[in-house]
Design a protein around this ligand. Structure first.
Ligand SMILES: O=P(O)(O)OC[C@@H](O)[C@@H](O)c1c[nH]c2ccccc12
Length: 256
C-alpha cells in the first residue's frame, strides 16, 4: 500500500510538472519569503505541543470530514494553540491538494507541514512554492540515498524535514540522516494497523536534542498523556480534531 500511495503521488506530481516545469517551480520556491523556523516552534517545552492536521479522509478510515474551507479550520487550530498545521496534499486517498496548503499558508502564521508521499525533488520544490515550512519524509517509503538527497534539499530551501519512522531500524536511519525532527507513526502504512505503544519502545533511541513527535492514534486526552509520559515533545493529530470541536479538543490536549 505504501509503495502504491507513493507511486500515485509521484504520478500526480509528474502530471503537474508537464504544466509547470521544474525551473518555473524552482524559481517560485526561491522567490518565497523565508520559511518559518519549525524547530523553534516545536522545541521541547513545559507542555506538550500539537501539530494539528487538516485531514478529509484516509485509506484506512475513509471519509472523516468535509472541510470545505481548510483555511478556516487552520485558523481555528492556530487560535486553539497548535504549534504547527499539517496539511495532507495527497489527492487520491486523502482528498487533499496543494491548493489546500496554499490556502492554509495565507491564513496562519505558524509553520505549515506538507504531508504527502514525497519521493522526488519536484515535490519538495512544490512544497516550498506553496509556502510549506516543513516537509514529511517517510523512511519506509524510500531508499537511504533518496532520503539523503531529499533531506538535504529540504534544508537547503530553508525548510525542516519531519522524518517519519515506524521501527527501531527506521529510527536508526533517521538518526543517520541527521534528522532534527523525528516522528514515530503509530500506524503501519503497509498494514494500517495501529500500535500506540511503538513510540514508547523506540523513543529512547532518538538522541537528546532531537525533537520527538508521536504521530497518529490520538483519540483523546489519555492518549496525549500516554505519549507525553513516553517522552513525546509533540503529537500529530488528525482525525480527533476534524471530527470534534477543534478548539475545545486542542485546549484539553495542551494542558498535558
Ligand atoms: O488521524 P490521526 O490518527 O490523528 O493521524 C494523523 C497523522 O499521524 C496521520 O495522518 C499520518 C501520519 N503519517 C502519515 C503519512 C501519510 C499520511 C498520513 C499520515
Amino acid at each position: 500500500m505504501l509503495q502504491q500511495l507513493l507511486a500515485g503521488s509521484l504520478e500526480d506530481a509528474n502530471a503537474r510538472r508537464r504544466e509547470r516545469p521544474y525551473a518555473a517551480v524552482e524559481a517560485e520556491a526561491l522567490d518565497r519569503p523565508a520559511a518559518l523556523d519549525a524547530l523553534h516552534a516545536l522545541a521541547p517545552a513545559e507542555h506538550i505541543k500539537v501539530i494539528a492536521e487538516v485531514k478529509r479522509a484516509s485509506p484506512s478510515r475513509g471519509d472523516l470530514a468535509e472541510i470545505a474551507e481548510p483555511q478556516a479550520l487552520a485558523a481555528q487550530y492556530e487560535a486553539g494553540g497548535a504549534s504547527a498545521v499539517s496539511v495532507l496534499t495527497e489527492e487520491r486517498k486523502f482528498k487533499g491538494s496543494l491548493a489546500d496548503l496554499e490556502a492554509v499558508r495565507k491564513a496562519v502564521s505558524i509553520p505549515v507541514l506538507r504531508k504527502d508521499f514525497i519521493g522526488d525533488e519536484y515535490q519538495v520544490l512544490e512544497a516550498r512554492a506553496a509556502g510549506a515550512d516543513l516537509v514529511l519524509l517517510i523512511v519506509a517509503a524510500l531508499p537511504q540515498s533518496t532520503l539523503e538527497r531529499l533531506h538535504s534539499l529540504i534544508r537547503e530551501l530553508g525548510m525542516t524535514p519531519l522524518v517519519e519512522t515506524h521501527s527501531e531500524e527506521e529510527v536508526a536511519r533517521a538518526v543517520d540522516l541527521g534528522a532534527q525532527l523525528v516522528g514515530v507513526n503509530a500506524r503501519d502504512l503497509t498494514t494500517f494497523e495501529l500500535d500506540r505503544d511503538l513510540f514508547g519502545r523506540v523513543a529512547d533511541q532518538i538522541p537528546a536534542g532531537v525533537i520527538r513527535v508521536a504521530e497518529s492514534a490520538v483519540l483523546g486526552v489519555d492518549d496525549v498523556q500516554h505519549y507525553r509520559e513516553a517522552g513525546a515533545d509533540a503529537v500529530l493529530v488528525g482525525e480527533a480534531l476534524v471530527t470534534n470541536d477543534p478548539i475545545a479538543t486542542l485546549a484539553s490536549y495542551l494542558s498535558v
